[in-house]
Each structure stands twice: as structure tokens, then as C-alpha cells.
Design a protein around this ligand. Structure first.
Ligand SMILES: [Zn+2]
Length: 385
């Protein structure tokens, strides 16, 4: 991601080979998978496999694809990735398919890349934009952010069954909204500073525009989509939010750029009590903190707090298990968020750890007041299980 002084940066967009979305799409996995590989290895945890295994098996057998399924162990760690590389080799697989959530997907992308075979993602929830990107977030065994790993390609196929997404608890979709709203805030900042994106160039109009489209789609559709998903219904709003969370946000962050929100998310993983929270929940705190750091207009900040509280996302430290009284911990978070190479340095101004501490501290009182004035509930303290 570094640019040499003799070369001028290029503009670049990267994307998956094919994106497929719709109710019952899982029953067509075999059809879309067969042009990509002939010996698939499916990676899925036992819970996910319990409700999709039958459809995956039926679809692959009707496409004459013999396959092996390997259990995913729950966290995208270096050890789990290396273990999967061994399984790929044992199975003689030429394509590895992640069926499940963001961690399984990240582990599979990393393993497929190391094994030098093709990889496919089948997200069963729309909780992150991991399914479409060419990078993975690798965590320590304790669940703290360790590193981004970048791959030479995006998945050859992303296949999302909207009905499976609608059958999952609405909290997953809400978390995906948190991840996807950050995409525009970060792409906007990256575009203003002409910093480099994850795709390895300065932002394209395409990446920035898709990030904005994701934001607009979510403001219009997130609340009705969440209502529908609470009754396991697939409506046009649900389809739009799935596409925004998975595809638009993925393309938008990767080719539009990350900035403070995700760096603050990564910093928050330094606090162990946040490990049980979804990626998108912590990202939402990052987005709000970024707006504070930017000195965004008060109306924009107020709208963001009200809207994301209605979506069910945290807007206070209390809701992610932190307190304004524990300054040492907030300093730890801020130090991690501002280490050299973090995307917070894509902001169009210098950000120091002390700025992040002040911004994080400030959201508690601000959000409580905005919520109270809007008749929204008081935050409840998040206790890690
Ligand atoms: Zn994210």
C-alpha cells in the first residue's frame, strides 16, 4: 500500500467475479460453482451446516460436484487459516467455499490464497462486507485485531440466499448496516485526502459513488428491512439492504478507502470486553467518533445518532462495555487506532491518539442527550458473556 516517490499513484477498482443474490439462491450453488472448480471444499461451522447443509449437498450433487465439508472452528486466526490450508491440500480441492459469517469467510479467503486455489463466499448473514473483498482481518487467539491480509483476487463468486439472511436474527442485518454506513464516511474522507484505498490506488469515482449509494440505500431501507426480517420476510427493502451491506459496502470500502471508523474499530478490539460484539456494532462507534473528529455539522451527527440507535446499533461507550472513567483503557484503544499504517491516517488532517480519546469520551454525553431529546431509550451497559 506504499507508494514510491518516483511513481504517481494509479486509480483502481477491484471486484468479485460474480455476485448472485436472491431467495433460494443456495439451491443454485452447484450451477454457479461448476465453472470455477471441480473439487470443492466446503467450510462451514456446525450451526450453519445444520440449516444449509441439506440444500448445499443437493445443489452440488445435481451439478455432479463431489465435495468434502470441513468444520470451521469459529475465529479467523493464523492457526485456523494454516489448518484449512492443510485440509485443502489433503482434499485435493481446486476451490474452497465459505458458507457462513464473516470469520469463516475471512479464514477461507486467506486459506484459498495461501493454497493458491480459487475461493467462493456464501454468506448466510448480511452482517459485514467481508464476502466481496480481497482482504481478510486476522485476529489473535484472544480475539484482538492482528493484521489485514491482502490477496491477489476477490472471490470468484459471492452467492447470497436472501431467505437465509431473513431467517437469521435481525441483529446480524443491523450489524451489517453499521459496517456499511461507515463505508461512505470513510470513502468520503479518503477521497478528500486523496489517500490510497485497499485496492491499491487513489479512489476512483466508481468506488466513492458506490459507497455513497450504499449510504443512501440504507437510510431509505434499513428500518423497514429490519421489521421484515424480524418476521423472516424477504421484501424489496430487505433485498436492497442485503445488497448494500454485502456488495455496495464491499466495493465501496475496498475501492473507495477506509479511514478513522475502521481504525477505531480495530483499536476497540484491544479492550477484551468488546470481543463478543459484532464487527458492525464496534464500527458504528468508530463512525460516530470519526464524525466528531471531523467536526461534522451538528445536524449530521444528531441524525446519525438517532438513526443508528433506531437500527439497534450502539452509540455510547456504555453499550460496548467501556466507561468514561477508565482513561487507561481508552488510551489503549486510541493508541491501537493510531498506530503507523492504520487507515486513520487517511483522514484529511492529522489525527493523534489524544484526539481519539477526547472524541470517544465526548460521544457518551452527546448521544445520551440526543437520544433523550428524541425519546429514544437510554443506553444499557454491555456485559461480555
Ligand atoms: Zn468492516
Amino acid at each position: 500500500m506504499s507508494t514510491s516517490t518516483t511513481q504517481r499513484p494509479v486509480r483502481s477498482v477491484i471486484s468479485p467475479g460474480r455476485y448472485v443474490q436472491g431467495p433460494g439462491a443456495i439451491t443454485r450453488l452447484g450451477e454457479f460453482l461448476s465453472p470455477i472448480g471441480s473439487v470443492p471444499l466446503i467450510v462451514s461451522d456446525d450451526v450453519v451446516w445444520g440449516f444449509v447443509g441439506h440444500d448445499v449437498e443437493a445443489s452440488l450433487s445435481s451439478a455432479d460436484l463431489p465435495f468434502r465439508r470441513e468444520r470451521f472452528n469459529g475465529l479467523a486466526t493464523s492457526a485456523e487459516i494454516d489448518r484449512l490450508v492443510g485440509v485443502i491440500s489433503d482434499a485435493g480441492a481446486d476451490v474452497v467455499v465459505a458458507v457462513g459469517g464473516g470469520s469463516a469467510i475471512d479464514a477461507v479467503k486467506a486459506a484459498g490464497s495461501l493454497a493458491d486455489i480459487r475461493w467462493v463466499t456464501v454468506p448466510t448473514v448480511a452482517s459485514t462486507d467481508a464476502p466481496t473483498s480481497a482482504l481478510a482481518v486476522v485476529y489473535t487467539e484472544e480475539g484482538a485485531f492482528e493484521e489485514y491480509r491482502f490477496f491477489p483476487r476477490n472471490p470468484d463468486l459471492v452467492l447470497v440466499d436472501s431467505q437465509l439472511v431473513a431467517n437469521a436474527p435481525a441483529e446480524f442485518l443491523a450489524a451489517g448496516v453499521g459496517d456499511a454506513l461507515a463505508t461512505w464516511l470513510e470513502a468520503r474522507a479518503t477521497s478528500r485526502s486523496s489517500s490510497l484505498t485497499m485496492a491499491g490506488g487513489v479512489p476512483t469515482l466508481t468506488g466513492t459513488a458506490l459507497a455513497k449509494l450504499s449510504w443512501d440505500v440504507l437510510w431509505d431501507n434499513a428500518l423497514p428491512a429490519l421489521d421484515a426480517v424480524r418476521d423472516n420476510l424477504v421484501t424489496p427493502s430487505v433485498e436492497k439492504v442485503i445488497e448494500a451491506n454485502t456488495l455496495l459496502s464491499g466495493l465501496g470500502f475496498e475501492s473507495g478507502g477506509l479511514a478513522a471508523a475502521h481504525a477505531i474499530h480495530n483499536g476497540l478490539t484491544a479492550a477484551p470486553q468488546t470481543h463478543g460484539l459484532a464487527h458492525g456494532q464496534k464500527v458504528n462507534i468508530g463512525s460516530l467518533t470519526q464524525l466528531i473528529l471531523e467536526g461534522a455539522p451538528t445536524s449530521e451527527i444528531t441524525d446519525f445518532i438517532e438513526f443508528t440507535t433506531r437500527v439497534g446499533l450502539p452509540t455510547t461507550l456504555t453499550e460496548i462495555g467501556l466507561t468514561t472513567g477508565n482513561l487507561d483503557e481508552l488510551r489503549l484503544v486510541a493508541d491501537a487506532a493510531t498506530v503507523e499504517g492504520e487507515t486513520i491516517h487517511n483522514m484529511p488532517f492529522e489525527v493523534r491518539a489524544s484526539d481519539v480519546v477526547s472524541a470517544l469520551l465526548s460521544i457518551e454525553r452527546l448521544s445520551r442527550r440526543v437520544r433523550s431529546e428524541a425519546g429514544l431509550p437510554e443506553p444499557e451497559f454491555y456485559r461480555a458473556h
